[in-house]
Design a protein around this ligand. Structure first.
Ligand SMILES: [Zn+2]
Length: 61
């Protein structure tokens, strides 16, 4: 599960949930492009940032 709050976006509360990680990433990228106006490149960066956040057990906040 991914949500925009985890990606430092306090405005958008969109949550994406998918059992297949590849589907989830595709949805997250599509959402970033459509809703946040990201390009394909920046959306990819944002998604990988979110993934790093989720894979890192240490919370920085
Ligand atoms: Zn969003």
């Amino acid at each position: 599960m991914l949500n925009c709050k985890e990606a430092d976006d306090p405005v958008c509360t969109h949550t994406m949930c998918d059992e297949i990680e590849e589907e989830l990433l595709a949805n997250a990228m599509k959402h970033g492009i459509e809703i946040h106006g990201y390009t394909e490149e920046t959306s990819k960066e944002e998604v990988s940032k979110i993934l790093d956040h989720f894979r890192n057990p240490i919370k920085s906040s």
